[in-house]
Design a protein around this ligand. Structure first.
Ligand code: NAD
Ligand code: TYD
Length: 341
């Protein structure tokens, strides 16, 4: 199979491409990525030069980017993905997440190829008790979530109107190696390592369901191969925790791995002004994918957190380049000439 993966230089996309190339060694993966601030070719350095992998630097909003590329299926990870950025300026979210998805849907329609749209549990909004299933109404609260919900609606419309073979996955919060250090887990790890304060929004009791990124990647691949066109699949690991519990667990892990005093790390915790429109609790029911596709998460949370902390401690060069802003220059030097090939 020739698989077009969009946003493959980002956190989940890069983990997914590596999963595909190891699970299906006969596949060819084409990675279309604009290399926005969160796209990082270093996330894929193990497979750079592989005959089964092609990188194209391009924007999913550009109608011509895919003119000369052949593929059988599209997996769309490309997105603006950070809620805080969407609060500051929603425009790039509307452009990439809505217009970009529309462009890919048109491509899928013209080529009659499979389209898997990677979405998020945030489209359902916040829930006090119980969990959302795939039929729950979409009630997004942040501009990010609204842009993802809009793209989900477009996918639905293209299935109904143009009969395209599309599926949607809605996953909970991911963590693991290569996550851009603006998201909670890597931010806490890097601030703790630098002795910087750790900002806790509001009272720290907002709840998220955390899933190890490789479990998400396996689920996406299963939906691509065994999912039913027109269907939506929730992906979650039944692992809901308040933010403050996550932060404490991370700090305990760092203290243990680096033989540091916990108290010194706990002193870094700083309660700050809450995020505007901060969703209190996300909760999705993953029973459908568990029953129909026999998927289940396999990474134990404590083990996943420990592996993630270890990865950030061991890959200082990766995040130092990002933090210093040096990584763009590094790309240009390493890959610059080859970017558009
Ligand atoms: P990320 O920000 O790490 O990666 C996004 C990637 O998309 C980057 O490589 C970026 O360069 C690329 N990109 C951005 N705009 C583009 C454009 N116009 N054209 C081509 N490429 C573009 O994000 P992530 O955390 O890896 O998330 C990937 C997808 O998974 C997103 O669609 C997100 O909504 C979804 N998702 C994320 C989570 C999570 O916890 N991170 C959970 C559920 C769903
Ligand atoms: P984040 O990683 O941005 O994911 P999302 O908002 O998509 O769920 O944030 C996870 C949770 O952590 C969310 O409730 C906001 C909170 N948070 C903090 O308390 N401090 C921070 O510095 C960040 C980035 C997030």
């Amino acid at each position: 199979m020739r698989l077009l993966v969009t946003g493959g230089a980002g956190f989940i996309g890069a983990n997914y491409i590596k999963h595909v190339l190891s699970a299906h060694p006969d596949y060819h993966v084409i990675n279309l990525d604009k290399l926005s601030y969160s796209g990082n070719l270093e996330n894929l350095k193990e497979i750079y030069g592989s005959p089964n992998y092609t990188f194209i630097r391009g924007d999913i909003c550009d109608r011509t980017a895919l003119d000369s590329v052949e593929f059988d299926a599209i997996v769309n990870f490309a997105a603006e993905s950070h809620v805080d950025r969407s609060i500051l300026d929603a425009s790039p979210f509307l452009q990439t997440n809505i217009m970009g998805t529309h462009n890919l849907l048109e491509t899928a329609r013209q080529r009659d190829c499979i389209f898997l749209h990677v979405s998020t549990d945030e489209v359902y909004g916040s829930i006090e008790k119980g969990s959302f299933n795939e039929s729950s109404p979409l009630m997004p609260n942040s501009p990010y979530a609204a842009s993802k919900a809009s793209s989900d609606m477009l996918v639905r419309a293209y299935v109904e109107t143009h009969k395209i073979k599309a599926m949607i996955t809605r996953c909970s919060n991911n963590y693991g190696p290569y996550q851009f250090p603006e998201k909670l887990i890597p931010l806490v790890i890097l601030n703790a390592l630098a002795g910087k304060s750790i900002p806790v929004y509001g009272d720290g009791m907002n709840v998220r369901d955390w899933i190890y990124v490789e479990d998400h990647c396996r689920a996406v691949d299963l939906v691509l191969h065994n999912g039913t066109a027109g269907e939506v699949y929730n992906i979650g690991s039944r692992n809901e925790r308040p933010n403050i519990e996550i932060i404490r667990l991370l700090l305990l892990n760092i203290a243990e791995q680096l033989n540091m005093k916990e108290d010194a790390l706990f002193k870094l915790i700083t309660y700050v002004k809450d995020r505007e429109g901060h969703d209190r609790r996300y909760s999705i029911d993953p029973a459908k994918i568990e029953k129909q596709l026999e998927w289940k998460h396999i990474t134990d949370f404590n083990e996943g957190i420990s592996k993630t902390v270890d990865w950030y401690i061991s890959n200082k060069q990766w995040w130092e380049r990002i933090i210093s802003g040096e990584y763009t220059q590094y790309y240009d030097a390493q890959y610059g000439e080859r970017l558009n090939k």
